[in-house]
Write a protein that binds this ligand. Structure first.
Ligand code: IPM
Ligand code: MG
Length: 350
């Protein structure tokens, strides 16, 4: 098949990891007889540097004409306190395309278990999927941050339809996994989270084959570390999903391992690793490309419906890890391959 992809390398280690994910996609195209074309565009800090806008209209036009977007990471320390920040570009592109469902799979790799800070026996069977709401809640509610500088606020606002559509995504995902959804909220304190719980309970009526459990975010944060294998699908608001998915990355051995897919109503999607731009290690070959390469696998699966190809990439990652090859973040002080050497090993498997 033919597909046109937009690549948004972004900042920090973003360009290094997207370059390698594109190399992997090219290997898949060669092996399975596809034709992928790529268009690069600006997003984040580099877009501010070059155009003054973290999400230039040109980038949106390019993305609109493509089947899917592959993104590296955004964020640069020099913009931390600025009014125009790289992260606004990321939130803007998610919102523009209505990508309300963010899928973040987390599994523990037995070959990395000795390296994770949790006891290896706790990691057995850990395989969960976060379904994070991505275009609502506190990220997009009314906020006041300038004012007279003495007060500031953000608003957590959810509507029933916003919760319903992402809940459907979670229940449908559970049906092809282990039939369990844990819905995360803070219904004991927050009104928006009481609406969340009520709405998820209602949507659950359509899915009698799926078990639903409600969990308060604080105790859920604890249970992710004390009984991680008990979770299947975790459904969470934008804010809670952001926090808990970073926590859960510990189970996978490193934040650098985690991929994500951001989806809306159609096949179009945005694919990015869960990790950030890590400017401290940029340009040193220390970045772990697995999160981005597995995001490319999700792109093949969800936007291009190429399931066999997606599995080939995932199997190649597993095989390279099983062979003992490591990137700097998962080497535990031992020998490691550079970002491009590791990607080459994956390509050799494909
Ligand atoms: C993520 C990131 C972003 C978020 C940042 C970079 C704005 O942490 O994708 O998890 O908070 O959504
Ligand atoms: Mg995050």
């Amino acid at each position: 098949m033919k597909a046109s992809l937009t690549v948004l390398p972004g900042d920090g280690i973003g360009p290094e990891v997207t370059t390698q994910a594109v190399n992997v996609l090219n290997a898949v195209a060669a092996k399975f007889g596809h034709e992928f074309s790529y268009e690069e565009a600006l997003l984040g800090g580099i877009a501010i540097d070059k155009t003054g806008n973290p999400l230039p209209p040109e980038t949106l036009r390019t993305a609109e004409q493509s089947d899917a977007v592959l993104l590296g990471a955004v964020g640069l320390p020099k913009y931390d306190a600025a009014t125009v920040r790289p992260e606004q570009g990321l939130l803007g592109i998610r919102k523009h395309f209505g990508l309300f469902a963010n899928l973040r799979p987390v599994k523990a790799y037995p070959v990395l278990a000795h390296y994770a800070p949790l006891r290896p026996e706790l990691l057995e069977g850990v395989d969960m999927l976060f379904v994070r709401e991505l275009t609502g809640g506190m990220y997009f509610g009314e906020r006041q941050e300038q004012g007279d500088g003495d007060t500031a606020y953000d608003t957590e606002l959810y509507s029933v339809p916003e919760v319903e559509r992402v809940a459907h995504v979670a229940f449908r995902a559970a049906q092809i996994r282990r039939n369990k959804v844990t819905s995360v909220d803070k219904a004991n304190v927050l009104a928006a989270m009481r609406l969340w719980r009520r709405t998820v309970t209602k949507v659950h009526e359509d899915y009698s084959d799926v078990e639903l459990e409600h969990a308060l975010v604080d105790s859920c944060a604890m249970h992710l570390l004390t009984r991680p294998s008990s979770f299947d699908v975790l459904l969470a608001s934008n804010m809670f999903g952001d926090i808990l998915s970073d926590e859960a990355s510990v189970l996978a051995g490193s934040l650098g391992m985690l991929p994500s897919a951001s989806l809306g109503e159609g096949r179009f999607g945005l694919y990015e690793p869960v990790h950030g731009s890590a400017p401290d290690i940029a340009g040193q070959g220390k970045a772990n490309p697995i999160g981005t390469i597995l995001s490319a696998a999700m792109l093949l699966r969800y936007s291009l419906a190429l399931e066999d190809e997606a599995r080939a990439v995932e199997a190649a990652v597993d095989a390279v890890l099983a062979s003992g090859a490591r990137t700097a973040d998962i080497a535990g002080g031992g020998q490691w391959l550079s970002t491009s050497e590791f990607a080459q090993a994956i390509i050799a498997q494909i």
